[in-house]
Design a protein around this ligand. Structure first.
Ligand SMILES: *Cc1c(COP(=O)(O)O)cnc(C)c1O
Length: 424
């Protein structure tokens, strides 16, 4: 089935006389006829739900839908995107190990990897696309476990160069993990470009209505873990009666371990209602992401004409963008999602004046939902930094992150035009 059909149909198949719409199984526990059946579940010998911290029928259906959309062998929903990123790495890296991360990752992920995971004894090594292949390869050693990047980086909007970095990771025997949040599986299927694991913050376009925080990990089932680097997958797990994941679960070893071991122990469990709401959002994902992309391109084109007030516009869908070629190659028809970044002449003050003058677009700490919204890092998330320190962090004080919604484009453009006229 095509992606737009999967968005609506995948994951839930009602039986005769059952609810047509995915039901919310608001139950922490499940009943079995015999203790032997339950024992088989605990031994991972038969599939089934035993406790909602580990799995739940409502959550299960949404996981199946997203696995189908990404083309993976299995998926696991988490309570947030942050939890998905943490588990995706921790599943195959332990104290003393290291991994490679792109320098342009989402701020929350960067902090998790460079500060918090360091406290777990796991070292993240930063690379960026301007480095030569040799330089990047020199960052790997025999304790390197994975390579982590974002399809469309938040907020720099750089596009991950799969054809360059997937072979680099694989030449070192490690999987490529991709955060596909901004692209969604509608615009990009990372597994088709060499990625092995995909993570999402479903809080963004997948939910699309800004109602529920959530995350997802998807396993392509393509990576061969039997290369000596992943003993946690290829050697007995003491906490599960010595199960060997690669032997017992074949190409679903990674995602099975993430659930049965890490979700069990860390408990970053999504609520059934969160899965229900996410599923509702997913039904219209294909429609929405196309409209977001169309609107955003029109906004970016308009902003480019306002050289009187705007220093630069960054959007991968623009022909002028350094990312445009990669957008055409990796994103469906070059559709580049809904976030447009630009820099106002006149710095922080002018950016604040512009934002305060908007009427339709609201100032929020969020991106990627149906409503147009806007954020200026200099006056909010990075407020404590001086202009000088901001520039050192790679953020222009006049930088504005504009999340284009699915309203009528004429109303969005009128709002922007009106706010710019207040800045003249
Ligand atoms: C928001 C975001 C995250 C974190 O997700 P939460 O659901 O907020 O925990 C991770 N990656 C990207 C690209 C994001 O935009």
């Amino acid at each position: 089935m095509k992606r737009s059909t999967l968005c609506v149909q995948a994951g839930y198949e009602p039986g005769n006389g059952e609810a047509r719409v995915l039901p919310i199984y608001q139950s922490t526990t499940y009943k079995y006829d015999s203790s032997a059946e339950l024992a088989a579940l605990f031994d991972l010998k038969t599939p089934g739900h035993m406790y909602t911290r580990i799995s739940n029928p409502t959550v299960d259906c949404v996981e199946k839908k997203i696995a189908a959309l990404e083309g993976g062998v299995g998926a696991m929903m988490t309570s947030s995107g942050q939890a998905a990123s943490l588990i995706s790495v921790f599943n195959i890296a332990s104290s003393g190990d290291n991994f490679i991360m792109m320098g342009n990752l989402y701020g929350g992920t960067t902090n998790l990897f460079l500060v918090t995971m360091k406290r777990m004894g796991i070292e993240a090594r930063v690379v960026d696309p301007s480095m030569s292949d040799e330089e990047i390869l020199s960052r790997f050693d025999d304790r390197t476990r994975l390579f982590f990047g974002e399809t469309i980086a938040n907020p720099s909007l750089q596009i991950f160069d799969f054809d360059r970095f997937a072979p680099l990771a694989h030449s070192k025997g490690v999987p490529l993990i991709i955060d596909n949040t901004f692209a969604t599986p509608i615009l990009c299927r990372p597994f088709e470009h060499g990625a092995d694991i995909v993570v999402h913050s479903s809080t963004k376009y997948m939910d699309g209505h800004a109602v529920v925080v959530g995350g997802m990990i998807v396993d392509s089932g393509k990576f061969d873990w039997n290369n000596g680097k992943y003993p946690e997958l290829t050697e007995p797990d003491e906490s599960y009666h010595g199960v060997v994941y690669t032997e017992a679960f074949g190409n679903a070893a990674y995602i099975t371990k993430a659930r049965t071991q890490l979700m069990r122990d860390l408990g970053s469990t999504p609520q059934p209602i969160a899965a229900f709401l996410l599923n509702l959002g997913l039904e219209t994902l294909d429609l929405r992401i196309r409209k977001h992309s169309d609107n955003a391109l029109k906004v970016a084109r308009y902003l480019e004409t306002r050289t009187d007030l705007i220093e630069s516009v960054s959007y991968p869908g623009l022909e002028s963008s350094s990312e445009h070629e990669k957008a055409l190659k990796y994103l469906d028809g070059g559709l580049s999602s809904g976030v447009v970044s630009f820099s106002m002449k006149g710095g922080r003050d002018m950016a604040m004046k512009f934002m305060d003058s908007l009427r339709l677009a609201k100032i929020v700490v969020h991106v990627a939902d149906a409503r147009t919204s806007v954020l200026n890092p200099a006056s909010t998330t990075h407020r404590q930094l001086s202009d000088e320190l901001l520039r050192e962090a790679g953020i222009d004080p006049g930088f504005v992150r504009f999340s284009v919604g699915i309203e009528d484009i004429d109303d969005i453009l009128e709002d922007i035009e009106g706010a710019l006229s207040k800045c003249l």
